[in-house]
Design a protein around this ligand. Structure first.
Ligand SMILES: [Zn+2]
Length: 388
């Protein structure tokens, strides 16, 4: 049994899990009331030690124990923090920041694991300046939309269009880049799963930025293809700090056959409407992150035979023209995943793009740029050869 002196405070609402805790004696305050925060309650133990309880918003859920909170103290001090995930086990190396922009992984000497309980023990040096501690770099909807607005400032032809509502009735966006005279089209979908920031945000943004780079190949690509982009498909989940689900407790990437959720329905409505006006979807990418990434989920070998071989040519190009090797994993097209929707509905090719939890962030961006560049080259070659 855990002994503790007192339970300090616990407050939650149905919209946002809001937590504020004041340890008056030590002037230590924990807070997770910001968008993307996740901390369910705090127990003050003793000797500057705290047990932080971190729970999923919905169950069942895979092992994605996301947390994000800030902590301050009126006087500089070092505290011990136990991250307690209940029946779940520690996964993400904590990232630290004082501004939510510049992040560093916690030093190895300041973290240890209890392999029996699955808890992680952290040593944190705190002061009156807020220290943010999070499973992955915090990326709430406002952060992604700020980036979107910067991209649009450079490329006014991108139209940020509200194409649906989330479960919590917020506007959900598609970035529409299209020309009346162009039929060939690709689709990007990002961040169905809230904690998957390495692939769902970093890879996605770098990939998108490469498509919109000021290079001859990117310009040629943009003159040849429409690009429909869903930059943050699950903004409710991202802002709530959910481990996996949308605000209805549904794993969106298992909803691409039943379409029970407004977020997946939105994508279906947008792309089907575009196809009805003559657009031809040639390729789609859905961005994620896994414990053992990076890899791509691709078509099973039977289905691959029926395609225009964009995926194998793309992988060949990546491996021959960049420093990256591609691990491609075949999956059944009967699974209700986003990429399978595109394959099954439109007969096009599509992949799930998975990064790894702790892969170096610079490498993540370099990989995404190399993948984007070589996808553009592959598709432009096929276009010139009348193979699309
Ligand atoms: Zn995912």
């Amino acid at each position: 049994m855990i002994s503790f002196l007192k339970r300090i405070a616990f407050l939650s609402s149905t919209i946002l899990l809001i937590y504020a805790c004041n340890d008056v004696k030590n002037n230590v305050t924990f807070d997770a009331s910001f968008k993307g925060g996740r901390l369910d309650s705090v127990l003050f133990l003793k000797n500057n030690s705290y047990r932080l309880l971190i729970n999923p918003a919905f169950e069942p859920v895979n092992k994605s124990p996301y947390f994000a909170f800030s902590v301050t103290s009126s006087t500089p001090e070092t505290i011990n923090v136990v991250l307690d995930y209940g029946k779940y086990k520690h996964r993400y190396i904590p990232k630290l920041s004082t501004d939510k922009k510049n992040w560093r992984s916690i030093e190895t000497k300041n973290i240890s694991m209890d392999t029996m309980s699955g808890n992680a023990n952290l040593k944190l040096h705190i002061s009156s300046q807020k220290l943010f501690v999070a499973a992955q770099e915090i990326e709430a909807s406002d952060d992604t939309y700020l980036w979107v607005d910067k991209m649009i400032a450079k490329h006014p032809k991108i139209k940020k269009t509200v194409t649906g509502k989330t479960v919590l009735k917020k506007g959900n966006y598609c970035l529409v880049f299209e020309s009346d005279t162009i039929q060939h089209t690709i689709v990007l979908v990002a961040r169905q799963h809230p904690p998957e920031i390495p692939g769902g945000t970093f890879s996605f943004k770098a990939f998108f930025e490469e498509l919109f780079a000021d290079t001859d190949i990117a310009k040629e690509f943009r003159n040849s293809f429409n690009i429909y982009t869903f930059p943050l498909l699950n903004p409710d989940g991202a802002d709530l700090g959910n481990w996996r689900h949308n605000a209805n407790g549904v794993d969106l990437n298992r909803d691409w056959m039943d379409f029970t959720q407004p977020e997946t329905q939105m994508v279906k409505n947008v792309v089907e409407e575009k196809v009805s006006t003559g657009k031809k979807i040639q390729f789609a990418i859905d961005f994620h992150t896994s414990y053992n990434g990076p890899y791509l989920l691709i078509l099973d070998s039977i289905n691959e035979i029926k395609t225009k071989k964009i995926i194998p040519d793309w992988i060949n190009n990546i491996e021959s023209k960049s420093k990256f090797k591609v691990e491609a994993r075949r999956r059944s097209q009967e699974l209700p995943y986003c990429y399978n929707y595109f394959i099954n509905a439109f007969g096009c090719e599509a992949v799930t793009y998975e990064e790894g939890d702790e892969v170096d962030r610079q490498l993540i961006k370099e990989r995404a740029k190399a993948y984007a560049l070589n996808l553009m080259k592959t598709m432009l070659t096929k276009l010139k050869n009348n193979e699309l």
